[in-house]
Design a protein around this ligand. Structure first.
Ligand SMILES: CC(C)(COP(=O)(O)OP(=O)(O)OC[C@H]1O[C@@H](n2cnc3c(N)ncnc32)[C@H](O)[C@@H]1OP(=O)(O)O)[C@@H](O)C(=O)NCCC(=O)NCCS
Length: 175
């Protein structure tokens, strides 16, 4: 007898979730900076960078969790160098740590000069997403993260410190 979608979902939920390595969901995006995305100085608008950060981070988060994800918070976004008109803006996102229903994504943004190929680190950001169950629309657990490199272990440790600060701030704001 063919199995229904409901039965398949129930079986999936009973099985322990298999972990995934960081590399399986690491995501990249690139685009050329066009005039409509720049300010009067010919530099890429901060708001556009934030939009791209949210998209590439969501890509990494949903690829890791294989779930719908919502952005819960964006903390620490730091613009170190501008990206100029005609340059390529390149974004790299990876899962730093999985908590329970949430995970933290680290995003690095680079500018690339098309004539010289020179690449500069322009922005860093940390974005937290929450996995949402497609049926109940409530937060659902996220599969574990498999760490393979010392760099991944360092990011994993540092993410715990940021979470503590983030949740303390959230609690204070709620008062
Ligand atoms: C994010 C959201 C789902 C959390 O819902 P909630 O009822 O507060 O859920 P809970 O208190 O059960 O927390 C669920 C998880 O979210 C985390 N979380 C909630 N608010 C957070 C915040 N501001 N920053 C970081 N993590 C947060 C909790 O720590 C918890 O993580 P854990 O399970 O890994 O420990 C809810 O606030 C929401 O839907 N917000 C709107 C999201 C949105 O519209 N985003 C923009 C478009 S995608």
């Amino acid at each position: 007898m063919p199995r229904t979608g409901g039965a398949r979902t129930a079986k999936f939920r009973e099985e322990p979730m298999k972990g995934k390595p960081v590399s399986a969901s690491a995501s990249e995006m690139a685009e050329v900076v066009l005039p409509a995305q720049t300010n009067a100085l010919g530099k890429l608008l901060g708001g556009h960078v934030m939009h791209l950060v949210d998209i590439v981070a969501a890509m990494a988060a949903s690829r890791h969790a294989n779930s719908y994800m919502v952005t819960a918070s964006v903390d620490y976004i730091d613009f170190r160098n501008p990206v100029s008109l005609g340059e390529i803006v390149l974004l790299k996102a990876h899962v730093n740590r999985v908590f329970h229903t949430s995970l933290e994504i680290g995003v690095e943004v680079f500018s690339e000069d098309i004539l010289t190929g020179e690449r500069k680190h322009t922005t860093s950001a940390f974005v937290t997403f929450v996995a949402i169950d497609e049926h109940t629309r409530k937060p659902r657990p996220v599969r574990p993260l498999i760490l393979k490199t010392s760099e991944e272990r360092r990011r994993w440790r540092e993410a715990a410190i940021r979470r503590e600060i983030r949740l303390a701030l959230r609690k204070r704001e709620k008062r």
